[in-house]
Design a binder for this molecule. Sequence first.
Ligand code: GLA
Length: 375
Amino acid sequence: MKRFLLIVSVLLAASCAPAEQTLKTVFEGKFILGAAVNQAQILGTDSRGDSVLVRHFSAIEPENCLKSAEIMPVFGQYDWTLADRYVDFGEKNGLAVYGHCLIWHSQCTPDFCYDKDGKLISPELLKERMKQHITTVVTRYKGRIKGWDVVNEAILEDGSYRQSPFWEILGEDFIPWAFQCAQEADPSCELYYNDYSMHEPKKLDTVIEMVKKLQEQGIRIDAVGFQGHVGMDYPNLNLYERHIRRVKEETGLDVCITELDMSILPSVTQSADIGGVSFFEAMRNPETREAFLEKVDPYRGNYPEEVFTAWNTRMSAFLDMFLRNADVIRRINLWGVCDSDSWKNGWPIPGRKDAPLWVDRDYELKPFLNTYLHE
Ligand code: GLA
């Protein structure tokens, strides 16, 4: 009898225990939580990465496999192998599948904008090629990919348009054309403009102006992607929040925080001047290299407790701000699953050990998330 009662009480306790919380359930109804996946995760060779992904996230973006150079090494010649596996992987695991990106100057099919002599092609031919590429890719995954970054990174920090080959040939018109082609290929798919440094006021002014022009022409755009490649000392959080709200107030559109990662390491850009020496010179010259690395990679993977705490505090402040603005923010997407996946380990300085994501190298959630999981 005693034994029976013990078993009953254990069973009862188990059935009354609160279900273990996951990030995707905690933020459900506020925003969709996604992560970018790499080849190992898509192909299932990173099983620990996959299990933390499926447990805590509800959406995916491809880190690379849908970019034009990846999917179409030569214009018109497609290799769908990894892209198909990406979409299958998402569906099999119950994850919402997003597309990144249709038109981008970087990681772009080398001959997209050029003829066989290496000269820029005519505006008519580029329009035709853009339509062909966008229609082919969007149609292939019609009804399966929920939203596309249609154009990536077309506007610079000073508010001018990037002088990419697309812009050189078609001027600003390449943007509405890309959106029009995507909309025709899958009328029910969400369409986004995506860019970094959206805290730069002049950049945001031009993005807003560009969105309004699309809207005036009756061309659909559903949200603006703020790439969240942020650091410990930028951007100013209040400014970032104001800019998120400005998009809604001035265009009516929602924002997606795409590509979120916050480097724990000192910020450095390739245009940096380090004590009178350029970034590249400092890296090239063995005499300056060590001193430079000392400055920009001071922890060599062993972050002091206070640095780790500061990172958690700041990331938590970002997340609180996103939650305050959940009426405007449709989706938050981390740029990678765990720290060892991050592109920040190799850029702009190769070989640094960064820790910019929400999941560490041991596949554990970072401590700042405990508050949200146990609220
Ligand atoms: C940009 C692109 C991403 C990715 C990152 C760096 O933000 O949009 O696809 O390439 O750079 O990894």
